[in-house]
Write a protein that binds this ligand. Structure first.
Ligand SMILES: NC(=O)c1ccc[n+]([C@@H]2O[C@H](COP(=O)([O-])OP(=O)(O)OC[C@H]3O[C@@H](n4cnc5c(N)ncnc54)[C@H](O)[C@@H]3O)[C@@H](O)[C@H]2O)c1
Ligand SMILES: O=C(O)[C@H](O)COP(=O)(O)O
Length: 386
């Protein structure tokens, strides 16, 4: 049996990808082969030796100790784009929520329960809840990946002027982006030009607290800031000052924390960006398929720490090797196989940064001794025989 541990509730659509005759799936188990999760933080967890792969049903992987996993040869997957539409819809909602005082107006209206003459009171009181329109306003998007690109194209359709900043934009996303999105090369210009700014970048060492006092001080008075990415991208103390002096008119966040929740003019949302039936199903299905495919065939798709590798699985014996991306690894591995008269039917080697992955289909069975010799090659991290 192949063992999968789930660290969060995972949609049935994902769980059903694993045939029950071959897989055990539980949230509490010893020695799992694979882990499936959403936002559960694995940083404090002792990841068992048995774990070969981790699949994150979602986009952000800052809850997983990626460097440790890579050094141990554990392949980490995410599900690029699978929840992007759900987040986009909530971002568009939030552009309007931050503009129209809808939440305050609804709260006030509910408070009128039991009054007579509701119609009259509503008509007299509505002036308190007037807002502004988003059409014609400038929207700055930081990060033009799966979510940022969808937001950009739909904001244009809502007649906003759209400005985008992403120094690492992928060719795929650039193709999907409307040519009417204006490219901006520096954050200062986004912060000083735009009426609305929305953040869609991963949390990394580079982006941690990048929304700081300096950038916030450039904003036009009363601008709206939307954060559907991660709490840590924004410096809380600088945000508080900007909210207090009115530079930031409204801050919408999908990641409220103890400090931000008490600040004025904050709309706190309980991390609902990806919480739709469709998105949960998409993410779970994609994560499960990628994990199952890796465990059964060694093929890798959408890993954040190892290269994409796809070699049709013929049922021959397959050996997969995670190793450092250094000279003569393939030479040493194939040399060893030749020395022990093991014939290679097919093979692939791909690298990603400092690490690489080699997959070899063999005509003959490989004995344990040869496997041990491969493991002993300097730079080899892990070896699997499938
Ligand atoms: N609220 C939610 O429920 C929810 C759901 C999905 C994703 N997210 C968050 O949103 C983030 C983005 O998701 P996505 O699916 O669009 O990911 P993505 O990988 O498709 O896009 C991220 C984009 O950010 C860009 N980028 C990276 N570093 C940057 C930097 N320093 N400055 C500007 N751009 C930079 C990349 O080039 C890429 O285009 C995730 O990492 C996650 O933290 C939140
Ligand atoms: O990075 C993501 O995909 C989101 O933050 C979604 O997280 P969730 O799966 O816990 O809703």
């Amino acid at each position: 049996m192949i063992k999968i541990q789930t660290l969060n509730n995972i949609s049935k659509n994902g769980i059903n990808e694993f045939p029950i005759q071959n897989y055990t799936i539980e949230n509490d188990m010893n020695e799992p082969d694979g882990i499936l999760l959403r936002s559960y933080s694995m940083h404090e967890m002792n990841i068992p030796e048995s774990v070969k792969a981790i699949a994150r049903a979602g986009a952000g992987v800052n809850n997983i100790p990626i460097d440790d996993c890579t050094a141990r040869g554990i392949v980490v997957f995410n599900t690029p784009g699978a929840n992007a539409n759900a987040v986009k819809e909530l971002v568009l909602t939030s552009l309007l929520l931050s503009s129209r005082r809808i939440l305050e107006g609804v709260e006030w209206t509910r408070s009128l329960f039991g009054e007579s003459n509701i119609t009259k009171i509503v008509e007299a009181g509505k002036k308190e809840y007037a807002g502004v329109e988003i059409a014609g306003k400038k929207l700055g998007i930081i990060g033009l990946g799966a979510i940022g690109a969808l937001v950009a194209n739909d904001a244009l359709a809502l007649d906003m002027e759209v400005y985008g900043y992403d120094p690492y934009i992928s060719v795929d996303t650039a193709w999907r982006l409307s040519r009417n999105v204006q490219r901006i090369d520096n954050l200062e210009e986004i912060f000083s030009t735009c009426d609305y700014i929305t953040i869609h970048v991963p949390l990394t060492n580079e982006t941690n607290r990048f929304v700081n006092e300096k950038l916030l001080s450039l904003m036009k008075k009363g601008s709206r800031l939307l954060n559907f990415s991660r709490a840590e991208l924004v410096d809380d103390a600088a945000l508080e000052n900007a909210l207090n002096d009115g530079t930031v008119g409204v801050y919408v966040t999908d990641f409220p924390n103890e400090k931000v929740i008490g600040m004025q003019n904050v709309i706190p949302i309980p991390h609902l960006g990806a919480s739709t039936k469709e998105s949960e199903e998409n993410c779970a299905r994609m994560a499960a398929k990628q994990l199952k495919n890796y465990l059964e065939t060694g093929n890798i798709k959408n890993s954040v720490n190892f290269p994409n590798v796809e070699l049709p699985y013929t049922g021959k014996k397959r050996i997969t090797i995670s190793h450092k991306n250094i000279p003569n690894m393939v030479g040493q591995i194939t040399g060893l196989l030749a020395k022990y008269h093991v014939n290679i039917a097919d093979m692939l080697n791909r690298s990603k940064g400092a690490y690489a992955y080699t997959m070899i289909d063999l005509d003959d069975m490989i004995n344990e001794q040869v496997e041990q010799y491969i493991k002993q090659i300097e730079g080899v991290i892990s070896v699997r025989i499938i």
